[in-house]
Write a protein that binds this ligand. Structure first.
Ligand SMILES: *[C@@H]1O[C@H](CO)[C@@H](O)[C@H](O)[C@H]1NC(C)=O
Ligand SMILES: *[C@@H]1O[C@H](CO)[C@@H](O)[C@H](O)[C@H]1NC(C)=O
Length: 225
């Protein structure tokens, strides 16, 4: 009986640890610096890897995250990326970083989701109203007002946002549990797709008049990433 209990516990633990490993797969080597061309490269996890002997410190380095992003745009925010596109040494390591700048009162990182990453954000400057919404059917909204030094987590896949409610510029840094988290900005994807989604379909889905849908589809949807 005791042995059966142990087995059940082991199976449950194994299942739980499988369920919990929702980030990029762990690397099977120290690193796998991404290269663009196939010469001397091997195909691993979406990027080609450089011969480790040829790796240099610069493969793991990116300067410039002290430089504010330009927030003069229709949403009033700018995301500066530090993922595998900018730092090839991040390939297969399952982590990345962003800097986000927000214009004074109203700078918005609009509702979006990262299909491949949980995000942990820390405010460096300013005051942010942040939140995320859980899956159907609850669609529960979690929000918080954050001040410098405050940390908040956006669980993988959930729609989330940050809004500058202070009267100064705001700055946040966030780490993401993927080398390539991906971004789907809800409005851009739904109303700004190429080619456009059938407006009849969207007017039904969003309970909107067809003309309003067509208006929304004719707008320019700024990508702050
Ligand atoms: C790979 O190509 C991308 C896009 O063309 C470029 O931005 C990047 O700097 C290149 N990376 C390397 C390591 O050559
Ligand atoms: C910021 O972007 C705006 C709009 O594109 C542009 O007019 C302005 O020159 C940019 N500012 C800086 C400092 O680059």
């Amino acid at each position: 009986m005791k042995g059966v209990g142990f087995l059940v516990a082991l199976v449950l633990w194994t299942l739980a640890s499988k369920l919990a490993s929702a980030s990029d797969p762990s690397p099977l080597q120290d690193f796998c610096v991404a290269v663009n061309d196939t010469k001397d490269g091997v195909f691993v996890n979406g990027k080609l890897c450089k011969d480790p002997k040829l790796a240099v410190p610069e493969d793991f380095f990116l300067p410039g995250l002290n430089i504010p992003g330009n927030t003069s745009n229709q949403v009033g925010s700018m995301v500066t990326q530090a993922n595998v596109q900018q730092i090839p040494g991040l390939n297969t390591l399952g982590i990345s970083l962003v800097r986000i700048d927000y214009a004074p009162y109203g700078g918005l990182n609009p509702p979006h989701t990262h299909p491949r990453a949980t995000e942990i954000l820390v405010v460096a400057q300013g005051t942010l109203y942040v939140g995320f919404v859980t899956s159907n059917p609850e669609n529960r909204l979690f929000t918080k007002v954050l001040y410098p030094g405050d940390v908040f987590v956006f669980p993988v896949g959930l729609i989330h946002f940050q809004f500058n409610i202070g009267h100064t510029n705001a700055v946040a840094f966030a780490a993401l549990s993927s080398q390539n988290p991906g971004v789907i900005t809800v409005a851009n994807a739904v109303f700004g797709s190429h080619p456009p989604i059938n407006p009849d379909l969207l007017s039904k889905a969003f309970q909107l008049d067809n003309n309003i849908v067509k208006q929304l589809q004719s707008r320019f949807w700024w990508d702050n990433n």
